[in-house]
Design a protein around this ligand. Structure first.
Ligand code: AMP
Ligand code: MG
Length: 328
């Protein structure tokens, strides 16, 4: 059972609630507005607002803790209209001292090294889904001595069963190593529910999950896999680590990221994986790379040693690895 009075759990619970509400507000009000980063990926006012909010709440709860996060303040600094919006969304949330120092606050998470013990944040995971008004997740992990100790996802567009629900209010899932994955509502009704993966063992009857953006994986290889195992269900597609929560809750049975043809050297960033992986594993599922190797979070910002991702309910894992490792 999760101890909700544990200071780290209480911190994550309060942060996911506050951040999810803010993200939904911005998603609705800013409808699709984005800034384009140098790698051509999009970023929004919500990404910066939530990174700053995390920095402030972490400082209040655990003043000596450090965190590593996805966004960098210089992009916001170069866009005064967006900076003004972030300030507006955070007014009343940040102290009067913190608000003028927003850029420094954001860059507290801009380290290029990953300390053995630190927090990891993706303020808006699945920014493309966020921009389409669809799935996204706020993703946080806590690493201790290079291992994921806590994983937490705020998923405003998943229901209490971790199935998509475009009406909300959404779920927050917190997993602690050895203590399971637990869900509670982002809406009013209080509950704390153990999250568990499906028990489906027959791969041809299994339900795959997948990315919406084809460029994040390899559709031809996915198609080959579906044919090979005679999988009847098409992939249920959703953006972000909401997929990890959906797998953890048994809405789907597996997913994988093959290396994209256009970008075969691509490796995941630590914040793309650590929060969701902890949730999946604590819900009874299994995580590895495409070779079946364990995920190594000790290689800096990227999972340099791990090509692709394979996530499953555990039962299907070995069969999937046998297929995937010959097709990297
Ligand atoms: P999804 O939310 O399923 O669309 O996938 C998001 C993941 O795709 C992120 O965690 C990234 O690591 C990965 N990703 C983003 N851009 C690319 C890219 N250009 N090539 C391969 N993977 C990418
Ligand atoms: Mg992000």
């Amino acid at each position: 059972m999760l101890n909700i009075h544990d200071p780290q759990i209480a911190f994550l619970t309060a942060f996911l609630q506050e951040a999810s509400e803010l993200a939904v507000k911005i998603q609705k009000e800013q409808a699709g507005q984005k800034i384009t980063k140098s790698d051509r990926s999009p970023v929004t006012v919500a990404d910066f607002s939530i990174q700053a909010l995390f920095a402030e709440r972490l400082k209040q709860a655990f003043p000596s803790d450090v965190f590593i996060a996805e966004e960098r303040a210089r992009i916001l600094e170069a866009d005064p209209a967006s900076l003004e919006k972030v300030q507006r969304y955070l007014r009343g949330k940040l102290s009067n001292d913190a608000l003028p120092n927003l850029l420094e606050l954001i860059d507290q998470g801009a380290g290029e090294n990953v300390p053995e013990t630190c927090w990891v944040l993706d303020p808006i995971d699945g920014t493309k889904g966020f921009l389409r008004g669809e799935q996204f997740a706020i993703a946080v992990a806590y690493l201790q001595k290079g291992k994921v100790e806590l994983g937490a996802l705020g998923c405003p567009w998943l229901d209490a069963e971790c199935a998509p629900n475009p009406r909300g209010p959404g779920i927050k899932v917190i997993a602690k190593k050895g203590e399971g994955a637990w869900g509670s509502s982002l809406g009013g009704q209080p509950f704390l529910k153990k999250i568990q993966v499906s028990e489906r063992q027959n791969i041809s009857n299994s339900i795959p999950l997948g990315s919406v953006e084809p460029s994040h994986s390899n559709d031809a290889k996915l198609e080959e896999l579906f044919q090979h195992f005679k999988i009847k269900s098409p992939a249920k597609k959703m953006d972000s680590q909401a997929k990890y929560a959906a797998l953890a809750g048994g809405y789907g049975d597996f997913f994988m990221y093959f290396l994209p043809r256009s970008n075969p050297e691509h490796r995941m960033k630590i914040w793309d994986v650590a929060p969701g992986a902890c949730v999946v594993e604590e819900a009874g599922g299994k995580m590895s790379d495409l070779n079946g190797e364990i995920l190594d979070y000790s290689q800096g910002l990227t999972l340099r040693r791990n090509p692709g991702i394979l996530a499953s309910n555990g039962f299907l894992h070995d069969e999937l690895v046998q297929f995937c490792k010959t097709r990297i």
